[in-house]
Design a protein around this ligand. Structure first.
Ligand code: ARG
Length: 457
C-alpha cells in the first residue's frame, strides 16, 4: 500500500476494503490521455508564469509522457490505495523524477483536474458520436435515393393506412438523426469549456493564467466562476440525454426493421452477416442486432436517470458523489458508438423486397381514402363519401376482395358518379403520385426533399 498523498493529518489509514470502495482507478484510468494532456498544459503554464522552473516543467512533461506510453504498452500497474488516476500518476511521477514531480499540483486540485479530464473526454466522444450519426444519415440517404418509387404500406396504430414511398418512410429517420446531430452540436458550447485553474473551489493565490491553459487545451471558452467550474455536471446530464434520445430513435427504427424482416411482413431481408440463428430451430434467422439496439436504450436511459438523481440536492462544490458520473457516461458512450456502427452495417447490407411490397400494397385497403377523395372530386361531401366507402370496404371484406377487384356495376350502385377511371385512380402508385403537397410522400415531393437534404449535408 502506498503512502496517501493526503496522509499528513491522519493517524490511521483505511483498510484495504475501504480503499477499494473509495477508489475509482479501475474505471478512471480510461481518462489517462486527458489527464496527461491537462497536466502538461498546467505544467507549461506554471513555468511560463514563473511559478515553477522551466527545468522542472520539462521534467514533469517528459515524466508524464513516459507514464502514458508505459500505460499504453501495458507496463503500468495502479495502486488502489492511491484512489484514482490523478494520485496514481502523481505518485508514479514523483517516483520517476523526484521532487519536481511534487510541484505539478501547485495551484491545482483534483477537483478542477477531474473536471478538466471529463470535459476533454466528453468533447472528444461527442464529436466521434456526431461523425457516426452523419455516416448513418448518409446510408439512409443512399437507400432513399434508390427507393423513391418503391411503394410500401404506411401505417397508423400499426394498421395499414395509406400507401407511401419507401424513401419517404426511411427519410423520417434521417430527420430524427439530424435533430440529434444538432443537439450534440449545440451541447459542444457547454462541453468545450475549461474548468482548469478553479483549483479546489475558490481559485488560487498563485499567479496562474487560466486563459493560457484554456488555449493550450483548445477549449472554446472557460468557466467564469471557480465554484461553478468544479460543481457543474450539467454537460454530462446533457450528453446522457442526447445519447438516450438518439438511442430511442435507433430503437424505433430497430423495431420497424424487426417487423419488416418478419415472416409476416417480409418487406426487407437482413444480410446473414447481421443476423443470427437458433440453437434448436434450424429454420430461424433472427434480427438479434436490431433487437439488441432496441434493448440497449434501457441502459442509456438508466444512466441518465441515475446522473440526475445523483446531482439532485448536491451542495456546492465538489462532493464525492460526483465520482459516480463516470461509469454511466463511459458505458453510454460505448453503447451508442457500438449501436451506431452496427446499425449502419445492418442497414447498408439490407435488401428491400420491392416486388413483395408492391404486391402487399395492391392487396390491402390502404387506397380507401383515395376512393373517398375521388367521390369528393365528383362533388360528394367528404363525410358522405367516407360513409359510402366504409360500406364498400365492409362488402369487400365479406367477399374477401379488395377495392381494385370490385366490378364497375357494384361501384355504380354504391354511387353513380364512379366511372371506369376509378381503377387507375386507385392504383397504389397513383395514390402516392397525387400527393404533391410540400413534404408529402408523392414521388416528386420526395425527390425535392432528397435534393434539399443533399444540398445541406
Ligand atoms: N476520483 C474523483 C472523481 O472521480 C476525482 C476527484 C476527487 N477529488 C477529491 N477531492 N476527492 O470524482
Amino acid at each position: 500500500m502506498s503512502k496517501k498523498a493526503w496522509g499528513g493529518r491522519f493517524s490511521e489509514t483505511p483498510e484495504e476494503w475501504v480503499d477499494a470502495f473509495n477508489a475509482s482507478i479501475h474505471f478512471d484510468q480510461t481518462l489517462i490521455d486527458y489527464d496527461v494532456e491537462g497536466s502538461i498544459a498546467h505544467a507549461t503554464m506554471l513555468a511560463e508564469q514563473g511559478i515553477i522552473t522551466e527545468e522542472d516543467s520539462q521534467a514533469i512533461i517528459e515524466g508524464l509522457k513516459g507514464i502514458q506510453k508505459d500505460y499504453h504498452d501495458g507496463k503500468m500497474s495502479w495502486d488502489v490505495s492511491l484512489e484514482d488516476i490523478h494520485l496514481n500518476i502523481e505518485h508514479e511521477l514523483i517516483q520517476r523524477i523526484g521532487e519536481a514531480g511534487g510541484r505539478l499540483h501547485t495551484g491545482r486540485s483534483r477537483n478542477d483536474q477531474i473536471a478538466t479530464d471529463m470535459h476533454l473526454y466528453t468533447k472528444t466522444e461527442v464529436q466521434a458520436i456526431m461523425e457516426m450519426v452523419r455516416k448513418l444519415q448518409h446510408t439512409i440517404v443512399n437507400i432513399a435515393d434508390q427507393h423513391v418509387e418503391t411503394i410500401m404500406p404506411g401505417y397508423t396504430h400499426l394498421q395499414r393506412a395509406q400507401p407511401i414511398s419507401f424513401a419517404h418512410h426511411i427519410l423520417t429517420y434521417y430527420w430524427m438523426l439530424q435533430r440529434d446531430y444538432s443537439r450534440f452540436e449545440d451541447s459542444l458550447a457547454r462541453i468545450d469549456m475549461s474548468p482548469l485553474g478553479a483549483a479546489a473551489l475558490s481559485g488560487t493565490t498563485y499567479p496562474i493564467d487560466r486563459h493560457r491553459t484554456q488555449e493550450l487545451l483548445d477549449f472554446g471558452s472557460l468557466y467564469e466562476n471557480s465554484l461553478d467550474a468544479v460543481s457543474d455536471r450539467d454537460y454530462i446530464v446533457e450528453t446522457l440525454h442526447n445519447i438516450s434520445l438518439t438511442m430511442v430513435h435507433l430503437s424505433r427504427f430497430a423495431e420497424e426493421i424487426i417487423f419488416w424482416s418478419s415472416e409476416e411482413a417480409k418487406f426487407v431481408t437482413l444480410s446473414d452477416a447481421f443476423s443470427t440463428g437458433s440453437s434448436i430451430m434450424p429454420q430461424k434467422k433472427n434480427p438479434d442486432m436490431a433487437e439488441l439496439i432496441r434493448g440497449k436504450v434501457g441502459r442509456t436511459t438508466g444512466h441518465l436517470m441515475s446522473m440526475l438523481v445523483t446531482l439532485k440536492g448536491l451542495p456546492l462544490a465538489y462532493n464525492k458523489d460526483m465520482q459516480e458520473d463516470k461509469e454511466g457516461l463511459f458505458d453510454a458512450v460505448r453503447t451508442i458508438k457500438g449501436s451506431l456502427r452496427i446499425f449502419e452495417g445492418m442497414l447498408s447490407t439490407m435488401t428491400v423486397n420491392v416486388e413483395h411490397l408492391q404486391d402487399e400494397v395492391t392487396h390491402d385497403f390502404s387506397n380507401a381514402t383515395e376512393l373517398a377523395d375521388y367521390l369528393v372530386s365528383k362533388d360528394v361531401p367528404f363525410r358522405k363519401a367516407h360513409e359510402i366507402v366504409g360500406q364498400i370496404v365492409l362488402s369487400c371484406t365479406q367477399q374477401g376482395i379488395y377495392l381494385l377487384d370490385v366490378p364497375l356495376e357494384e361501384y355504380q350502385q354504391a354511387h353513380p358518379a364512379i366511372e371506369s377511371d376509378i381503377y387507375d385512380y386507385l392504383r397504389p402508385e397513383s395514390c402516392v403520385k397525387r400527393r404533391t403537397s410540400y413534404g408529402s410522400t408523392g414521388q416528386e415531393a420526395v425527390r425535392q426533399q432528397l435534393e434539399h437534404i443533399k444540398a445541406n449535408m
